[in-house]
Write a protein that binds this ligand. Structure first.
Ligand code: SF4
Length: 278
């Protein structure tokens, strides 16, 4: 087991415990698969995390620094001018808290369900009339223009809409249109030369947060139920888990004498080696 993954979370952090919170990513997990969501939030076993995207984090950090310089001056970033966006980066004493997705974020206690909902934003801009604009930074490297057209990018749109909903719940006036600051690493250079260059573009997205409220009620209903939601029959991971559990339990039931030759047959053990069921 790695240092980064402990399969069984302490109950305090599960649904019903004092530390449980519904993050933006957990809402997305619910929409992806209610069973995985339930096993994570109610039963306390989350999916293993992926490897950290260090290059994406570096891009996020540098973009934040860059926009912060204009925030301090209360002026628009040249990109905002280039795209005709009449706004400036928003100055607010809670900006760093809103950006801290792990410890704080933009949060609200949703009264009808009692759940604490939160999410960490990348940036917020503001129009002269005081209306806020939710901004998200994205990094990729692909040929051609970046867009939001792929099906897998629906999660990006829901992310934006969740933040818009959270700010509205915090009594801010929020524009339906948010922006993705999208950087695209160029691979058409002659050599790496110890630097990666990016094209930067701003993509507008008109959000609609109407789905958030009913989804929160569905989440509460799911978590309050004693029934484990059904798995997606097309999910490769669940089919793998089921198949692995079947063959493992069959192997465990065999008497030890029967198990040994089977292991030796498929892979001879080296001196001092161990055998794992998976
Ligand atoms: S079908 Fe199974 S493994 Fe797949 S997402 Fe749902 S619970 Fe998780």
């Amino acid at each position: 087991m790695s240092d980064y993954y402990k399969p069984h979370r302490k109950p305090d952090w599960n649904y019903g415990g004092p530390n449980w919170k519904l993050s933006r990513s957990k809402i997305d997990l619910f929409l992806e698969c209610q069973r995985c969501f339930y096993v994570d939030n109610k039963l306390g076993v989350a999916r293993p995390p992926g490897f950290p995207f260090n290059l994406n984090s570096a891009v996020d950090k540098l973009l934040k620094k860059e926009f912060d310089a204009y925030r301090a001056e209360k002026t628009a970033h040249p990109l905002m001018k280039e795209y005709g966006i009449d706004a400036v980066p928003f100055q607010h004493p809670r900006m760093e808290e809103w950006r801290d997705s792990l410890r704080a974020g933009v949060s609200i206690r949703h009264k009808p369900t009692g759940m604490l909902v939160r999410g960490g934003v990348d940036d917020v801009w503001v129009y002269p009339n005081g209306e806020l604009i939710v901004v998200d930074y994205k990094a990729t490297s692909k040929d051609g223009e970046v867009s939001l057209d792929a099906e897998w990018q629906d999660g990006y749109k829901r992310q934006m809409e969740t933040y818009q909903w959270l700010f509205r719940q915090n009594d801010f006036k929020v524009s339906d249109t948010g922006y993705f600051v999208y950087v695209n690493g160029k691979t058409d250079r002659a050599a790496f030369d110890a630097k990666l260059e990016f094209d930067v573009s701003i993509i507008p997205y008109k959000g609609n947060d109407d789905w958030v409220e009913p989804t929160l009620h569905d989440i509460k209903k799911c978590l309050d139920s004693a029934a484990l939601p059904t798995p997606d029959p097309l999910c490769d991971y669940c089919n793998y888990r089921k198949a692995a559990a079947e063959v493992s339990s069959a192997a465990i039931k065999k008497p030890p004498e029967e198990q040994k030759p089977a292991v030796r047959k498929s892979k001879p053990l080296e001196a001092g080696g161990t055998v794992s069921l998976f």
